[in-house]
Design a binder for this molecule. Sequence first.
Ligand code: HEM
Ligand code: HEM
Length: 247
Amino acid sequence: MMEYRKWKHMRPQIRCVDHTPVHQQAVYVYQAPQRIWHWVHAISFLVLAVSGYLIANPLPSVGGEASEHFIMGNIRLTHFIAAYVFAISFLLRIYWACVGNFYAREIFVLPVWRRDWWRGLLYEIRFYLFLEKDIHKELGHNPLAQAALFVFNTLGSLFMIVTGFALYSQGLGEGSWADVLFGWVIPLIGDAEATYNWHHLGMWVMTTFVIVHIYMAIRGDIVSRQSSVSTLLSGWRMFKDDLPYEP
Ligand code: HEM
Ligand code: HEM
């Protein structure tokens, strides 16, 4: 597939007011491993957030023998299974960023050395402040989305994995693989209590990002005249007007 450079296209969009049929242009941007990862990542995150919330705010106790229900034990187990899925799929995603196409690297590398990227970022901020009227066509993520994905998702996920496995190492014990790899995090943060609190805070920061993210993704589909959610399902970015995309 031809690699398109971004940020060059700064053309305003046609507004279709007369319902005349228009041609659509489609460009294949997100390869299958990236798309599959997104949904694995999203589902494992939601399971982690709900089970984590319940670990921090346990359900009222139920009567009878503990061995008959073991509710909190199952909630913790769910958290740990989802944690492995989240962490391993994240490692695989890093591998895909190395071998995949241009768009596979966007959430890992912000092109801060490029002036047109900063211009694009400023434009998006102005657009969301209602200071600009025209929506830019984008093949991958727009610069504002890219920056938010990098800070809140890429760095956020890393933070949750590192603090999570540090807490997990306490259960596995001294000298375990988790202790060797992540044990240093707890003294670095302070103590286990502080690590719990930062891990917990990370959940709320990422959850806030996810709420805005889902809103923006669906809103993008409706108002931006280019596909958004379906692009992450099929891989194809559809432009809903007949202006050709010019890299
Ligand atoms: C984005 C992903 C994650 C979210 C949203 C999340 C959320 C949470 C929350 C809210 C808590 C409760 C903290 C408290 O008690 O105040 C928690 C506990 C915990 N999390 Fe995570 N977590 C995530 C990833 C991970 C990962 C990757 C691991 C690695 C194994 C992990 C391991 C743990 C452990 C060991 C606990 C303490 C369990 C206990 O004391 O019973 N978490 N998590
Ligand atoms: C129903 C829920 C969700 C929907 C509809 C959704 C939709 C989308 C869409 C449409 C994009 C691509 C934006 C574009 O370029 O047009 C995207 C990208 C992304 N989303 Fe979601 N998302 C959801 C949940 C989540 C969750 C829960 C997370 C993380 C915790 C997440 C993390 C990401 C990341 C990291 C990307 C960038 C993907 C990449 O470049 O590899 N999403 N999402």
